[in-house]
Design a protein around this ligand. Sequence first.
Ligand SMILES: NC(=O)c1ccc[n+]([C@@H]2O[C@H](COP(=O)([O-])OP(=O)(O)OC[C@H]3O[C@@H](n4cnc5c(N)ncnc54)[C@H](OP(=O)(O)O)[C@@H]3O)[C@@H](O)[C@H]2O)c1
Length: 353
Amino acid sequence: MTRKLRAAVLGATGTVGQRFIQLLEHHPWFELGAIAASGRSVDKPYHRACSWKVPEPMPEYARDRVLSPCSPGLEADFVFSGLPSSLAGEVESDFARAGYPVVSNSGNHRMDEDVPLLVPEINPGHLDLVPLQQKCRRSSGFIVTNPNCTTIALVLALAPLHRAFGLKSVSVVTMQALSGAGYPGVASLDVADNVLPYIEGEEEKVETEPLKILGNCKDGKVDWAEFRISAQCHRVNVQDGHLEAVSTSFRQRPSRRELVEALASFRSLPQELNLPSAPRRPVVCLEEPDRPQPRLDRYLEKGMATVVGRIRPCPILDYKFDLLGHNTIRGAAGAAILNAELLRARGMLDGKR
Ligand SMILES: NC(=O)c1ccc[n+]([C@@H]2O[C@H](COP(=O)([O-])OP(=O)(O)OC[C@H]3O[C@@H](n4cnc5c(N)ncnc54)[C@H](OP(=O)(O)O)[C@@H]3O)[C@@H](O)[C@H]2O)c1
């Protein structure tokens, strides 16, 4: 590696944007370029525009940086996007057309046929879509996305199981943290003493995104994996960390020992390449009967792992277990940073602008 690449952050004042600011502070390959947000924040120093909610203090280096509008022309080698879906689709396309590699958190382009929905441990080969995307869109930049925060925690556990035993069906009931709804997010009067059994659009994402991620990329097209997922999503009164209760059936039913071994031994390209944000263990298995728990386990592997526990036989499907993922780290900013690290390791960011 030579010089650090400058990453602009779109939506830098938001829940995901704040994690980018935090995680980029000491990053060995990337440094913060321009920061951008809405008209409400433009021209203000970061500490004035942002209602900082990350548990650690706002990094000094960002406090006096001044916010720009979210339009091309920003000082950056590439762009991280943490924009709301109401505008991310168009803004990200504008940046890609202007020549920027765009590493997005937003849902808008995830299902575009020529856009990788990337999890570096699972489908690095989907980056083969990028040249095709550039050709079809006549664009020197490109867009790469990471999955929804609930999907990514789930699919990190499903991937080694699908590869080893072939998934037939998956049922997942989620208990999702408040920070997943952004800031200010859910009204306090709706969540105090309560659980909300509806998150708009979430179940559709969790039922489809893993099938694209686990699909085979061949001749510029992803053939989706063929198994069924049923998701029921709930918002609960937890700050960070999505808990998911999962049941699975398999084409070849493993023993419990084989299932645990497949999860706990899962290692892949980011670990081989030693990418700076790669968790040493993408899936951490706990044996205590009352774990994982959001408050106790969300920072395992610096928030970049899926934490699995309570693995046991299921009387309806084959096995059931609980899993936990940190929704703003592995579920958002950390995932995008790992994606960008893979892009850099593949030479797809250097000299692009
Ligand atoms: N929260 C999570 O756990 C999570 C996980 C995965 C993916 N995501 C996705 O990431 C994206 C951001 O989510 P979030 O939770 O960070 O949302 P958020 O807390 O509401 O932050 C939104 C950000 O977008 C900016 N913004 C709003 N309207 C804008 C406009 N018209 N022009 C330019 N910038 C504008 C805001 O700037 P101002 O401060 O100036 O208003 C703020 O920086 C969404 O697409 C979400 O679905 C979120």
